[in-house]
Design a protein around this ligand. Structure first.
Ligand code: PYC
Length: 404
């Protein structure tokens, strides 16, 4: 028989805030929670606190458009995101929590020769890394997405697409909740409503964090705060080459299923997918200014509606249900910054721009190894902060998301 709602067991618990922990993770999004989960599960580090100034998943993890893919441009990027897709494939079983991963395929449309060339480039890099991607033409695109206007008399005719069958969408909240429950079950403390106001550094090493609920002593701090990454890193005296901009998204009323793949158009600055509830989820590129504002704008909804209708004119009677914005911590090369910093014990998992959600599992796994052993594992070796000094950038702009 069913339990009354009040009797449902809590998925994770409110614990007493301890005065010290072996490690403190700032940011209760998918990256922070996944790191805590793998730290406890794979490395036996259980005296760990995850702090969030609001509630878990309230930042980018609850505001993204839930797209997963690994069809990047650089070998480093493809390997990294492919590991994430692989972890997502087994996540529901690992966490015993249905995360509703639907590998429905992902299409990035090319509307001009330059993007077609980039799609071919990405296909070859993907194949060399064992990732399933191919360039397909308008006829095959029409078969996959009959509602798409593939005719030649549009403003930006569709010349082809990068088709990536393993890509898809997942239930983003479930990923957050599943990792929270898993971390909690391994003994990790999750403290919501606990804002970090300072980071204590003595003689070049971290000794603790100041919070709105008091000081916590710790030798290890991870900054996993995405949009707020540079503000938190500043507290430790570590400057980040990051600029924060909003990215807006919107969802329509639900309709019967008709869109089986994820469709992205860089030229039209839009991506579209249909959720299991039938809503269409629309996203754009980042707003063209730096800001911490998370308010939606009329300019965005007008723009997105126009662009979606250029792709799928039949949608002209659908209504937008709501819109929102998230914050993107953009780096100069559109790749993340992961690993140690010049302050001993202070680690970063930041610079997630418009591509952070999909990387949650692999980032958690890799940052857990990094915190446990004090050095980055091979899979994130290319993403260190020092690359901006050395000039070894990992240029992913051509595959990061839509045009920026
Ligand atoms: O990287 O696939 C992506 C993406 C989708 C929306 C924003 N970024």
């Amino acid at each position: 028989h069913g339990l009354a709602r009040e009797e449902w067991p809590r998925a994770w618990h409110e614990r007493e805030l301890r005065p010290s922990y072996d490690a403190v993770i700032i940011g209760g999004g998918v990256h922070g929670l996944a790191t805590a989960y793998y730290l406890a599960r794979d490395h036996g580090m259980r005296d760990v606190a995850v702090l969030d100034r609001a509630y878990i998943g309230s930042g980018g993890s609850g505001r993204n458009t839930a797209i997963l893919r690994s069809n990047y441009l650089t070998p480093e990027g493809v390997r990294f995101y492919d590991r994430s897709v692989k972890l997502y494939e087994h996540l529901a079983a690992d966490l015993n929590f249905n995360v509703m991963f639907s590998q429905r395929g992902h299409l990035t449309l090319a509307h001009n020769d330059a993007s077609l060339r980039t799609m071919h480039w990405r296909t070859e890099v993907n194949k060399l890394q064992g990732v399933d991607s191919e360039v397909i033409g308008p006829d095959r695109i029409k078969e996959l997405v009959p509602y798409l206007d593939t005719s030649e008399d549009t403003r930006y005719p569709i010349l082809g697409a990068l088709y990536h069958p393993p890509g898809g969408i997942v239930r983003h909240d479930a990923v957050v909740w599943g990792y929270a429950r898993g971390a909690d079950a391994h003994g990790v403390h999750i403290h919501q409503q606990t804002e970090v106001t300072g980071i204590d550094v003595e003689r070049g090493r971290v000794t603790g964090v100041q919070t709105t609920r008091g000081r916590i002593a710790t030798p290890v701090v991870l900054n996993a705060t995405a949009g707020w990454a540079s503000l938190i890193s500043d507290m430790a005296g570590v400057a980040m080459p990051v600029q924060t901009s909003p990215l807006q998204a919107a969802v329509t009323e639900p309709v019967r299923p008709f869109l089986d793949t994820v469709v992205v158009s860089g030229t039209l600055h839009v991506y579209v997918s249909q959720t299991d509830r039938g809503e269409l989820v629309f996203g754009a590129s980042v707003d063209p200014f730096a800001s911490y504002s998370m308010r939606g704008s009329l300019e965005f909804s007008e723009g997105i509606a126009g662009h979606v209708l250029e792709l799928m004119p039949a949608l002209h009677r659908m209504r937008l249900l709501r819109q929102w914005a998230g914050l993107c911590d953009m780096t100069p090369d559109y790749s993340p910054i992961m690993g140690p910093t010049p302050v001993e014990g202070f680690y970063v998992d930041v610079g997630w721009g418009t591509y952070g959600f999909k990387a949650g599992p692999v980032s958690g796994e890799a940052m857990a190894a990094c915190l446990a052993h004090g050095k980055p594992p091979e899979i994130i070796a290319a993403f260190g902060l020092d690359r901006f000094g050395d000039g070894r950038l990992v240029g992913e702009k051509g595959a990061a998301a839509v045009g920026h």
